[in-house]
Write a protein that binds this ligand. Sequence first.
Ligand code: PEP
Length: 252
Amino acid sequence: MMAANWKMNKLADEAEEYVVRLLPQISNVEGVDVAIFAPFTCLGRVASMTRDTAVIAGAQNFYYEDSGAFTGEVSAPMLKDVGAGAVIVGHSERREIFGETDEMVARKTVRATKAGLLPVVCVGETKEERDSGRMWEKVSGQVRAVFEHLDAGEVAGEDIVFAYEPVWAIGTGDVASPEDAQDAIGRIRDLLGELGGENFAGKVRILYGGSVKPGNVGEIMAQVDVDGGLVGGASLEADSFAELVNGAAEGG
Ligand code: PEP
């Protein structure tokens, strides 16, 4: 899976121009699911433009209650209503800037799976945590926290995606080495096996995110446990994201 995270970028017309430009460039790609995580304001338009294609339109966040007095929030039924098929959960920017806790991330993950939205659950350590040898403590804690609320027996592995996104690599140009990406993602898969069984763990897709670019995508996607990429900056131009999708198809 190659997923574009547009973050807080693009007006509706810009989103439309992007999709028009992207689709023909990826129409021959096989074996890679493509997702665009758009802002709420252009999500409906992206969803309707991609409805009859293999591209999944997704949101970057939602709230786990379905309706009520939650000013400013958007629920799973609302996302489904505009045609979304997926949602990012627990991106580090939401955790760090907007104070999302492990418990909120877990509740959102459960709600997304029950609503039929594919959650892309983000985990990852800061530079300080990595430098002090606490990478796995942090990442494993975030993964375990999801399973405090999620019953792996009730979810098929295909219906949940994790993204290992070291915070120090996001938007910095400081990409993880292929070996470090494989190390973290391989350990996440082993932990998923412990928490949900081998069959479940084998089917969960685990993406790498953090400064993925056309020049480094092939070697990262070639790692045995890496099932794709979640891409911010390099997904903002349709041509660059198309190159990544094509590169992943070759590298993976
Ligand atoms: C992200 O925001 O999920 C991300 C990986 O960003 P970037 O590709 O810009 O590092």
